[in-house]
Ligand binder design. Sequence first.
Ligand SMILES: NC(=O)c1ccc[n+]([C@@H]2O[C@H](COP(=O)([O-])OP(=O)(O)OC[C@H]3O[C@@H](n4cnc5c(N)ncnc54)[C@H](OP(=O)(O)O)[C@@H]3O)[C@@H](O)[C@H]2O)c1
Length: 335
Amino acid sequence: MSTYQCLWIEESDDKTSTHIQQRGLADLPQTNGILVRVAYSSLNYKDALSCAGNRAVTRKYPHQPGIDAAGTIEASDNAQLPIGTDVLITGYDLGMNTPGGLSEYIRVPSEWVLPVPEGLSLKNSMMFGTAGLTAALCINKLEHSGISPQHGPILVTGATGGVGSIATAILSERGYEVIAVTGKPDQQDYLKQIGANKVLLRAEVNEGSPRPLLKPAYAGAIDVAGGATLANLLKQIKPGGSVACCGLVDSPELNTTVMPFIIRGINLLGVDSVEISLSDKASAWKMVADFCQSDNGMAHMQLINQSIALQEAPDYLMKILRGEIQRHILVDMSL
Ligand SMILES: NC(=O)c1ccc[n+]([C@@H]2O[C@H](COP(=O)([O-])OP(=O)(O)OC[C@H]3O[C@@H](n4cnc5c(N)ncnc54)[C@H](OP(=O)(O)O)[C@@H]3O)[C@@H](O)[C@H]2O)c1
């Protein structure tokens, strides 16, 4: 096959539009030695930003987006990664300025390529994708800071989104009491089905109090929101607790005081899933694989995921930008 289909973002008059495009395999970056036939990808907030023309994500258009891909190697310049190997590629420059995984084919450097870890398949690894990898990295950081289930409840923001849903399910399976925070009152049953013990509405957590500290209620938190959400939850963490900060759907700004840090000794832990080493990614994928083997793991992942065809991706990416997504979206190239 010399041509393939992909999602394609074009820009004209400062406006972007996204559609399916036929391209030639020769259009892929030939200096990258690993050609992968993609079987599954997933949709992420960052893909939506790329489609919206956000220059912090994608500098030049037209562009083939998609920060996640799982597929099979069809050409290789690396003996450690032979033809026929099933692999995962997440993060680095994939889908930012390198043609990305919302496509039947990608061509990437071998340093970005991880053989599918034991216990995972092409499909179930993309049911997690970057969102699940990030959730696992957040939980790793909380646990390395000393948090365990007996320390108390963990708050998860953006709980109906990709990172939030998967973090809720994994934390619950590891024995934590999970307090899910959502802006969607009609999704409380869903959040309880995937493991939340209690659901709070975003407005309750964001209640703007001028006080620098509030009643300490949570051992830790996983925050995808930033902004006022993060500032307010920092005030409510118990002494010695930790907050894993990984997103900015509310705002990239953080207006806080030093009080939670100097009076309660809490830790604000930054989480990056993009530029970390392949071995750090592999250890987070191990947590994901263990979760898949657990009693409720895959049953919860079936509830969390919605499968779509590549052709449906433009509409779903717009829904992500509008905050309307209520699941992790798996893109199945065979549909
Ligand atoms: N650091 C990293 O390496 C890394 C990796 C992956 C993702 N991220 C970041 O993490 C964030 C979440 O990613 P995702 O893929 O999970 O996105 P997503 O699937 O679109 O979910 C985001 C969720 O956030 C909630 N939300 C929307 N607007 C909000 C607002 N104004 N204030 C508070 N919550 C709001 C919504 O859930 P509710 O309605 O349930 O509240 C929404 O479903 C993004 O900022 C993304 O860039 C970072």
